[in-house]
Design a protein around this ligand. Sequence first.
Ligand SMILES: Cc1cc2nc3c(=O)[nH]c(=O)nc-3n(C[C@H](O)[C@H](O)[C@H](O)COP(=O)(O)OP(=O)(O)OC[C@H]3O[C@@H](n4cnc5c(N)ncnc54)[C@H](O)[C@@H]3O)c2cc1C
Length: 349
Amino acid sequence: MDRNIDYLIVGQGIAGTILSYKLLKKGYNVKVIDDGHKTSSSTKAAGIVNPITGRSYVKSWMIDSLIPAAKRTYKDLEDELGGKYFYNHNIVRVLGSIYEENKWSSRLLDDTYSKYIISDYDTSILDEYYKDVESCAIIKGGRVALRSLLIDYRTWLLENDALIESTFKSKHLVVKPRTMYYNDVEVGNIVFAEGVQSIDNPYFPDLPFQPNKGQVLIVDMPNYKINDIVKHGIFICPIEGNRYWVGSGYERDFEDDKPTKEGRTRLKDQLDHVLKACDYKIIEHISGIRPSVKGRKPLLGRSNIHSSMYLFGGLGTKGSSLAPYWAEHLINFIENKVDIHPEVDFNRF
Ligand SMILES: Cc1cc2nc3c(=O)[nH]c(=O)nc-3n(C[C@H](O)[C@H](O)[C@H](O)COP(=O)(O)OP(=O)(O)OC[C@H]3O[C@@H](n4cnc5c(N)ncnc54)[C@H](O)[C@@H]3O)c2cc1C
């Protein structure tokens, strides 16, 4: 183990993965400490990159900058790790009301939306599998295979002696006027990328987290033949072979991050409600807590308590599209003294 490192990154979700990868590629000596994805949101997510969202079908915040950064970063990771992580996908949204139809119609006439819209899509295949499909919005989006990426990257970190499999504890940290020691290793900077666990981070008190829980069914549907992501009340998202990710709600009141019986029943009812006769088998029922924050924008910046500690979090419902762009931004802030974007500065509250 090195006695001296430039960066200690706490957490190996998508935030810690991308940040540490970019730092390592820039030549810094980096270690990632992670507790085995104990509270990871990234390993539960579908990883959907959706450029047009919500009931009003508006472009996601900064999406024109986020998508190119995401595609570049995931391609670099694919080249380095030898896996496939970014998939282009159409996202088919079944329009659920006159309001949604009107909003979508106006987007079809808006040039600034055209690169994210498909107008010549044959919807007849949807009728084979789904009930009540009258009109749809077809969006050019994507999906990041977050679980595979995190597992492959973890192996790569281990091979490169850059992973500490343990829980970061403040009691093991000694802060001196010009440096810090974590378990006797001298550390230049610490970046906390702990997902929802940042709520309890003593170096970043009172962060405006509004966590919400999502539950998911992983189902096997051998007879289902749609390779696009479909949102008909819930998302049905192809992941591999005959497997589909089906989810997920936004629960604001919850006791813990565990899947519940009610959650499973609710998802099953929703799926049965929209699917025509199509057999499926539930393979897994999982759940996670999204690190969402008030205002739904990330939380970045330097601690007001220790000037060598930084935060990279608050990725909410959109970690797969936000992490690449904002990791690069945080590195520019720390290393090149570029001002932090005011909309993501955690001190904005
Ligand atoms: C059901 C569900 C569906 C979702 N769907 C999508 C989607 O389709 N598209 C999308 O972009 N996003 C989606 N999200 C949101 C996405 O998961 C998050 O935005 C993103 O994963 C957050 O990444 P993170 O790295 O900040 O946090 P996390 O993934 O939670 O990673 C934090 C890591 O740090 C570890 N850790 C925490 N504290 C410590 C400590 N003290 N010491 C060591 N390790 C620690 C944790 O165990 C974890 O491994 C979804 C989330 C859920 C729950």
